[in-house]
Design a protein. Sequence first.
Lengths: 359, 284, 155
Amino acid sequence: MKLLDADKLADLAATLVAAGYRVVAPLRDAQGAVRLQVWSPGAAIDAAAIPANSAKEFLFPSTETIGRWSLDGGDFAPEPVRPAAPRTVLLAVRPCDVAGLAILDAVFSGDCRDAFYSARREATTIVALACSTADAECFCTSVGGAPDSAAGADAVLRPADGGRRFVLEPVTEKGAAVLKAAGATLAEGQAALDTSAEVPERFDAPAVAEWLGSNLPDRQAGFESPLWQDLGLACLGCGACTHVCPTCHCFDLQDEATRRQAVRLRNWDSCALALFTAHASGHNPRPTQVERWRQRVMHKFRYFQERFGSLACTGCGRCGRLCPAGVTMRATCAEIARAASLLRRSSRSGCEGRKADAK
Amino acid sequence: MDLTDALRADAAAVLRDGRARLVIGYRAGEDRPASPHPGWATPRQSRAPAFVSDPARVDVLVYDASCRQNLAAYLKKPEVRARAPVAVVAPPAVMRSLVLLAAESQVTDALVVLLAVGEGVYHGVLDIAQTAALLREKYADLAPAADLVRRIEELSRMTAEERAAFWSAEFARCTRCYACRAACPMCYCTRCIVEKNVPQWISTAAAAHGNYAWNVVRAFHLAGRCTLCGACEAACPQDIPLMLLNATAAEEVAREFGVHPGYDPAEKPLIGSFEADDKCDFIK
Amino acid sequence: MAQAKTQNAEATGAFEPRLVAFVCTWCTYAGADLAGTSRLSYAPNVRIIKLPCTGRIDPLFILKAFEGGADGVLVSGCYPGDCHYTSGNLHARRRWAIFRRLLEFTGIDSRRLYFSWVSAAEGRKFADLINEITALVRAAGPFEPASPARRRPWT
């Protein structure tokens, strides 16, 4: 086994930097908040805390130039724009974040290949960190993930010996290359893997997906259900959940120009914002937060599955941790699952000719 | 009767007798896990909001020190206004926001009634005028946290270059999620300045000059209208110390114009009015 | 404006500040005009933008000027009581006090932002003011490209 002392993550980062990688790791700042950031010598790596941001910004940045034109001297000449894609190791990212990248891959590297995302994706090696702690907002196990999953990773750091060490396990060739580059920072030896974090199931995701897609008469479930009136009430309509979500990928194209240069920018957008679906005519098909929250849930738990075959939520829980109004995908899905089970119970009883039990 | 019982009793009463069709308050129940953010002037986490329209369900309502979200922000939402009259559980910050919204003609007594609360005390069911009177009587000395004042003074003693470097680093984290705007009861424009693109006054890219313009212009648009409730800073997923900006503007406004917003539903808007003796010592 | 350089700068290579002045039509612009017709010399570093009234000046104009390359900004209009639109300058006065404080607090040196009242009869005052401000901004140096307010080239 290749072993790394738990307090030597910074040494590993330094070695990888010396080998030519850019290293992104969970860093603790002066105020005590932990975020995935580009590591530089002296920065403190904190693998124990769940970082506030996801890894997506290192593959899909919050703003990016995707086109450039020179307007100098009356000309209108396109200039080449090459995506910045330094060789990068995403170090100690949680399995839920890694799973998020698979969703982004489907969108940006699927039937339509985005040159910018793909260049960065190819240049990136993912070293996951298996979770030995989780909190009440985590719900990876409800959406097909697991705190110790290596799915999508190139290598995995597994906590061992009571948190004193990591076992670094290669999964792909890219991961093996990182182990090789790590060289002497890794020791050879044996260690006992720690038990993984426990993340109890919070809701029945298949039941949620079924309820979302159902077409029952009298609006008992699905798109037309009156339940959305309550589910969307607390949402204030900002983009915080969207920006921290590892799978959200909507963007806005903006052109900016001076007299000498024009650029086309790709900026993060959010379907939670009021003007996201505003038409030039003034009509807005999602006029209130009720429709907008419904869309977020439907997209992640129904539409994306229909198109790409997987849920577009990895249960990382960031939306819940960071929402200023206490709204969480976890609680919304739990509500829907409750409504779904009530429906099943009443329809079963109906078949048997009896009234449904009151909940 | 203790605070919670009195609050719940009145919430049920206003729903029953039609003074309200919806009660917005704070929800008892599961504690939210420790936020990844320690927060700056305002601790980040708050009890989540509760929306009650059935008098039998008022037992979900509580009020304690962890109830920090500014519920007045919900009065912006058309789907909430459609359920008028709305009763709002209102600690002093929310009381001030609602009085200020009334001064700006955004809420009226027909739309909102307050279930006024303070630290460990329940003040009863109040209309806007009564709320303003209560604020002037009992909560007139609301001042920004000492720590905030100290940090503003520290920054003010630095050179302009040092301050530019400080704010450069802080604004670099802004991703333009607009949580600050959404959480603020006074940011109620249906089309915000940043959403106007003929011309595009403020770059929407999360780059230096756009982030600077956004945060400074928002602070400016709130000058004289900010009650320092801290909702913006608590909402920011990137821990940007927005209260430093708002408190600086608020301090200038208080010192130069004697304005303390949110205590008088008939107060004149700061930027929309003027006095003959307004400060002009800086004008050449 | 980025290409504009004064003869001085080309000759000596020294830093020449670029100033933007937002002025009202009826007082300060007329005053500047008077400076011109009186053949009063003032520093050529300033670009004058004429608006109907200082009340029309959104603080965003000041920000855009700094964003776009200005090293210093002047905002100037009628004296209180003389506004062609009665009270536009009185509204502006409050905005300036607050915005000035915010800009200073966020790192835009107060040596770069000036406000003044210049009447239509004060050609001399306008010329002296521009000379004074140009010297002050020259002493303050170029507005840092690293300032968060300055638009940097898109990479």
